[in-house]
Design a protein around this ligand. Structure first.
Ligand SMILES: Nc1ncnc2c1ncn2[C@@H]1O[C@H](COP(=O)(O)OP(=O)(O)O)[C@@H](O)[C@H]1O
Ligand SMILES: [Mg+2]
Length: 329
């Protein structure tokens, strides 16, 4: 079966109200996710990655201004009523949050946190729910699932808690799984196991996955496609090969260069000095990344940065990529 489009985000804008003014945390985002595909969204902290995820999940209240469209299986999620969204959230779209401890209820047994999802979305009998909960724990690699099912979150290690979170997220076999920095709180060996697990689940369920991370190492090993985000915008997108073998945007190139394994020397502090601007300090026109590469003259940035096609499937924002170099090159 050919892969089909699950999610189609068009011109998405998300603005937060901060002391009476609206500021854009997500700006003009266009993204697609297909079945059998892992799309990684990368960027430093504060780039708008989580805002994008929570917008797809419909988790914002009315104080947040949202424009554009988020088409999921032919429905615009942005125009759904809350009760319609409740049928999709947790069932057709699952989400894995960053912090496995705060995402679990400390007072409830693991088993009940999983069966709760079935209570909401299925009409399984009590024994079916229990059986499926144990099966899910087994599927996410928990040894002795029957025993763990009766434990409380504080009795589990961080890695096991994250496995439980994943079990909850995939309980209803969602067509789309969103994982927001799913391994950030875990140590390196456990990180690799969790990523393998997400990848296995994606293969098994033929789902689409959005994997949010600030870690390009994670992307290289897991993703099919990559979108690089800076200051609320996608600055580059392409296949994992295009992004790693032929990166174009100064931000992508800086991120890649700051990966420690590149040359053993971590020179990121020099390469991308400065930080992601806060919402209040975002320029309303011009290239938001320009202040971090001050050796590139203003005339080489676009006034209203547009996406440019590098080759089929590979796009980069702002023509400054044509002129960019690292000062020590
Ligand atoms: N509820 C909110 N109200 C106001 N500003 C917010 C809110 N949530 C996030 N922000 C701001 O939006 C920007 C993007 O945040 P976020 O989406 O969490 O980024 P990331 O996940 O990439 O670290 C940041 O500047 C952050 O401070
Ligand atoms: Mg985040």
């Amino acid at each position: 079966m050919p892969d089909s489009r699950i999610l189609d985000i068009k011109d998405l804008n998300v603005s937060f109200n901060v002391s009476g003014n609206y500021y854009k945390a997500v700006s003009g985002v266009n993204l697609e996710v297909n079945t059998n595909e892992i799309l990684a969204i990368v960027g430093e902290s504060g780039c708008g990655k989580s805002t994008l995820a929570t917008t797809i999940m419909g988790l914002h209240d009315n104080s947040v201004k949202i424009g554009g469209s988020v088409i999921f299986e032919n429905k615009n999620l942005l125009s759904l009523k809350e009760d319609e969204f409740n049928k999709i959230r947790g069932a057709k779209i699952g989400m894995i949050f960053q912090d496995p401890l705060s995402a679990l209820n400390p007072l409830k047994k693991i088993k009940n946190q999983i069966t709760e999802v079935f209570d909401y979305h299925t009409d399984f009998s009590a024994s079916e729910k229990d059986e499926k909960a144990i099966k899910l724990l087994d599927q996410v690699g928990i040894v002795d699932p029957k025993r763990v099912a009766n434990m409380f979150p504080h009795e589990l290690s961080g890695g096991m808690r994250q496995r439980v979170i994943i079990a909850i997220a995939i309980a209803c076999k969602p067509d789309l799984l969103i994982a927001d920095e799913p391994t950030t709180a875990l140590d390196v060996t456990i990180q690799a196991q969790i990523l393998d697990l997400i990848s296995d689940i994606q293969h098994e369920n033929h789902s689409g996955v959005i994997l949010i991370t600030h870690d390009l190492g994670v992307v290289a090993e897991t993703a099919d496609n990559v979108a690089v985000m800076y200051a609320g915008q996608i600055v580059e997108k392409g296949t994992v090969q295009q992004i790693f073998n032929n990166p174009q945007h100064p931000y992508t190139r800086s991120l890649l260069r700051s990966m420690p394994q590149n040359d053993g020397i971590n020179d990121d502090l020099y390469v991308i000095s400065g930080s992601v601007p806060s919402l209040e300090n975002l320029p309303d026109h011009g290239d938001a990344f320009a202040p971090r590469i001050p050796w590139i003259p203003t005339s080489q940035h676009e006034e209203e940065p547009m996406m440019h096609e590098v080759e089929k499937g590979h796009e980069v924002r702002c023509s400054c990529y044509k002129y960019f170099y690292f000062p020590d090159e």
